[in-house]
Write a protein that binds this ligand. Structure first.
Ligand SMILES: Nc1ncnc2c1ncn2[C@@H]1O[C@H](COP(=O)(O)OP(=O)(O)OP(=O)(O)O)[C@@H](O)[C@H]1O
Length: 264
């Protein structure tokens, strides 16, 4: 059974159709990644799922007493405001010392408890924000570009960590990412959004193809996978559909944008 069921959702701002006819399901134990170009409507869709935006049409059904943990894109804290990680965690939800330590321990950051949030590295900040979102013991964890400001090695660690959290808490995870290839390391369902859903699918078998590893020659290349999907249209630069075609299956190593014609 789904935790969240999105049905024919559309969100229109003025004359701008930002999210158009989107249907998707979020299930316990599954990691879903939203990919798509800037301005494609990813954050808007997430806000609607969080209940922060009323859809123009369509429905979002949430399972009863659904607990959602949300990790925003950025931490906005006045740099002159003294704040330890412990105090920052206390602002999230009612939690005991043990809860806070356990959340930090889940993200491998227990040693940061007494440290100032202003002195954290990019990767440490993301871990602490992740720990904060875990304090509500969420059924659904929503992460808006969790790997922002984290270097490539840190990103691989972060995605592995998210997969571990999914296993440990048994929650569903919905995240936005711009890095298709790294995200493949820890995703069950990929949804490619360009206002409407262009394509969606499961990551396929991890590729051992030498040319694939050569193409993405980074640490953790063995984690890279590709996914297959059908894409039956092209977009112009603004994301408008300009040419509906018969189904095309992507092949390993082929660039998604070669089919899309858009810049995603
Ligand atoms: N409250 C609003 N009123 C009017 N337009 C909005 C509003 N919120 C978002 N938009 C517009 O909707 C479009 C989609 O924005 P959104 O932030 O959802 O995109 P995104 O896919 O998350 O982009 P990015 O990858 O750049 O973060 C943008 O053109 C944005 O300007």
């Amino acid at each position: 059974m789904s935790l969240v069921d999105v049905n024919n959702l559309s969100i229109i701002y003025g004359e701008n159709s930002v999210v158009s006819n989107v249907s998707m399901q979020l299930k316990r134990g599954e990691i879903t990644t939203l990919i798509g170009p800037n301005g494609a409507g990813k954050t808007t869709l997430i806000k609607a799922i969080l209940g922060l935006i009323t859809p123009s049409s369509g429905q979002i059904s949430r399972s009863e007493s659904l607990q959602i943990g949300y990790m925003p894109q950025k931490l906005h804290i006045d740099p002159t405001f003294p704040l330890t990680v412990e105090r920052f965690l206390k602002t999230a939800a009612f939690s005991s010392t043990q809860d806070r330590l356990q959340a930090l321990e889940s993200v491998g950051a227990e040693k940061l408890l007494k440290q100032s949030v202003h002195s954290l590295s990019g990767g440490e900040t993301q871990r602490v924000m992740l720990a904060r979102s875990l304090l509500r013991k969420p059924d659904l964890l929503v992460l808006d570009e969790p790997a922002q400001g984290v270097d490539v090695n840190g990103q691989i660690e972060l995605y592995n960590l998210i997969a571990q959290i999914r296993d440990r808490y048994g929650c569903a995870v919905l995240m936005i990412s711009h890095d298709l290839h790294l995200v493949m390391a820890a995703t069950d369902q990929v949804v490619c959004l360009n206002h409407h859903i262009c394509c969606s699918g499961h990551p396929a078998q991890v590729s051992n193809d030498p040319s694939y590893i050569e193409l993405f020659g980074i640490p953790g290349a063995e984690n890279l996978a590709f996914y297959s999907h059908h894409h039956n249209h092209q977009h112009d630069r603004r994301g408008e559909i300009i040419n509906a075609k018969t189904d095309i299956s992507e092949i390993p190593g082929e660039n998604h944008s070669s089919h899309c014609g858009g810049d995603h």
